[in-house]
Design a protein around this ligand. Structure first.
Ligand code: KIV
Ligand code: ZN
Length: 398
């Protein structure tokens, strides 16, 4: 693999599924996994097999059917977790066991109630056990960014020495900032013996809205796997959004000279499939895939976009497989966009007639949040509107 090729590890079906409103049936996970394969991700984390019978069945079904990407299953350091993960994964074409154990003092003392030495012993024996099953083993020191750095290095060293092939550094609670995260990744590369022989991965949560920025900073420091989810779903404020990472690399390749195997044109379909599967769609102003990501309501913007979309769009909707941009008519819209919409509806409205209709339109837009095509037709003089209304056009303006 080239030095700039980044492995995309999708955890929509595991971390994403852990968020409220996101649980999925085996059939739903399988359908999404097929789409993730089409999207071109390198690794699909299909679930946490010991967590439930359903999760076990989902990981097993994905492992059996989805053959190109690696399929990962999550496990704690307990032997029964690792055995269960392997049982679910064993028929995969390319299985990966992903083991995690917290390394921050707050997690060790308050949650796990074990000492640092106990943690090191657990890491060593868990990875040795997993390697007995599978050549591809990932280790995550949970809450890495709040762990004492010297101890984090010891934990990672124990994992590398025991045979982990990927070391994932999670910002579990979305606490770090880009500069600090870059230093953590750089520091690990300096301090841990043999780390040059493993892939360094990052897994960032979005509690401060920095998940993607932190992920990109880590790539600059030498990480070569990104863990992410479609639409950024995941615990609390979510995980780094796959579509944002991938499109940042594409649109700003001049500053972020990395490549992935993701097919940009499948991003929108994947986002929509996920939204139909879980309880919610991405927020309208969500970068890349939100309903407003390519919508323009303000008159100056509409004029610019109608002249040349690049005035206000840094990527085309087609580049992510989305339908074309939307010119939305609202109180900030101008005459250009209004006349264009009328033309699309089959009415030629120009000159003084357009001035009059535009006055009625802005008054209506002050009162209403959404303006529909019927509203626009109703603003036309009666003599003009009657025949066309029979055509019964409806739906949102734009
Ligand atoms: O956020 C986290 O620390 C995790 C690990 C299991 C990787 O999801
Ligand atoms: Zn996570």
């Amino acid at each position: 693999m080239s030095e700039t090729r980044v492995t995309v590890f999708d955890t929509t079906l595991r971390d994403g599924e852990q968020a409220p409103g996101c649980s999925m049936t085996v059939e739903e996970k399988l359908r999404l996994a097929r789409q993730l394969e089409k999207l071109g991700v390198d690794v699909i984390e299909a679930g946490f097999p010991i967590a439930s019978d359903g999760d076990f069945a989902a990981v097993q079904a994905v492992a059996r059917e989805v053959r190109r990407p690696r399929i990962a299953g999550l496990a704690r350091t307990r032997p029964e977790d690792i055995d269960c993960a392997w049982e679910a994964l064993r028929e995969a074409a390319r299985p990966r066991i992903h083991i995690f154990l917290a390394t921050s003092d707050i997690h060790l003392q308050c949650k796990l109630k074990i000492s640092r030495d106990d943690a090191l012993r657990q890491i060593e024996s868990a990875i040795t056990r997993a390697r007995g099953y599978c050549a591809d083993v990932e280790f995550s020191p949970e809450d890495a960014t709040r762990s004492e750095f010297a101890f984090l290095c010891r934990a990672v060293q124990a994992a590398v020495d025991a045979g982990a092939t990927t070391i994932n550094i999670p910002d579990t609670v979305g606490y770090t900032v880009p500069e600090e995260f870059r230093a953590i990744i750089g520091g690990l590369r300096e301090q841990v013996r043999g780390i040059e022989n493993v892939v360094i991965s990052v897994h960032c949560h979005n509690d401060l809205g920095l998940a993607v920025a932190n992920t990109l900073a880590a790539l600059e420091a030498g990480a070569r796997q990104v863990e992410c989810t479609v639409n950024g779903i995941g615990e609390r404020a979510g995980n780094a959004a796959l579509e944002e990472i991938v499109m940042a690399m594409r649109v700003r390749h001049d500053r972020l000279a990395f490549e992935t195997g993701v097919c940009g044109e499948e991003i929108y379909n994947t986002s929509q499939l996920l939204a139909r599967t879980i309880a919610f769609a991405p927020q309208p102003n969500k970068a890349i895939v939100g309903a407003n990501a390519f919508a323009h309501e303000a008159g100056i913007h509409q004029h610019g976009v109608l002249s040349n979309p690049l005035c206000y769009e840094i990527m085309t909707p087609e580049s992510i497989g989305a339908p074309g941009n939307r010119i939305v008519l609202g109180k900030h819209s101008g005459r250009h966009a209004l006349a264009k919409r009328y033309a699309e509806l089959g009415y030629t409205v120009t000159g003084v007639e357009l001035d009059a209709v535009y006055r009625g339109f802005t008054a209506m837009a002050d009162r209403k949040k959404n303006i529909y095509d019927q509203d626009l037709v109703a603003l036309l003089p009666r003599s003009k509107r009657a025949p066309e209304m029979a055509a019964g056009r409806a739906a949102f303006a734009g």
